[in-house]
Design a protein around this ligand. Structure first.
Ligand SMILES: Nc1nc2c(c(=O)[nH]1)N[C@H]1C(S)=C(S)[C@@H](COP(=O)(O)O)O[C@H]1N2
Ligand SMILES: [Mo]
Length: 198
């Protein structure tokens, strides 16, 4: 990605640089295709699989014992709002995959509630994606994906699956919920890849 963009502007600044067709918002809209799932924390699990076999699995307790990072991210929703400089805490997907021998090029996230989204594996590795559980200094609210959501800030936010329950590492690309319903397969906001024919 173009690193220079990250440091240009602040919310409200006249020179703020946004992806094409986006406008700034200061509040945090809730965008959910269905109801907010409520999973008791004792039943919550995060699973890495290869489409067939479970490769790794964490309970909430085990997940929270993994090393976590604080990070700042700009969010860009395909419905044209952007929110800059949001602060999060989460476990890097690199940490989840560390030590695994991976023969896959794609990842498919799935959520409690049934939502899915697909990404190239190279877009969720190398410090570009987290399973986030805190936002703005507080536990992540259920409507924003709590207890934990995927966050992949360099792509449109529909790729950041709320209530994430697993990542499948696949040798083939499998379109997710919005990707099957007219959204772009990749979703780069800087190239304005909103819909399948963009
Ligand atoms: N499980 C799930 N994750 C989801 C969605 C959804 O409907 N279900 N909506 C996506 C969309 S379109 C956006 S813009 C962001 C919105 O996150 P927010 O509601 O925390 O703003 O979540 C994404 N992740
Ligand atoms: Mo969105």
């Amino acid at each position: 990605m173009n690193e220079s963009r990250r440091f240009v502007g602040r919310p409200g600044a006249a020179d703020v640089k946004l992806p094409p067709g986006q406008h700034l918002t200061r509040d945090f809209p809730v965008l959910s295709a269905g109801p907010t799932p409520h999973v008791p924390i004792e039943q919550w699990e995060l699973t890495i699989d290869d489409g067939t076999r479970v490769l790794r699995q964490w309970s909430w307790k085990a997940f929270r014992e993994l090393p976590a990072e604080s990070f700042t991210a700009d969010l860009h929703c395909v419905t044209r709002w952007s929110k800059l400089g949001t602060t999060w805490e989460g476990v890097s997907v690199d940490t989840l995959l560390a030590g695994l021998t991976i023969d896959a090029s794609f990842a498919r996230a799935r959520s409690y509630g049934g939502y899915t989204t697909n990404l190239p594996l190279r877009d969720v590795t190398n410090g570009q994606a987290w399973i986030a559980f805190r936002f703005d200094g507080a536990d992540l609210a259920p409507e924003h994906g709590g207890p934990a959501r995927l966050l992949v800030p360099h792509l449109y936010s529909w790729k950041s699956a709320k209530w994430v329950r697993g990542l499948a590492l696949l040798d083939h690309d499998e379109p997710g919920f919005w990707e099957r319903n007219g959204y772009h397969n990749y979703g780069d906001p800087w190239r304005e890849q909103r819909y399948s024919d963009d």
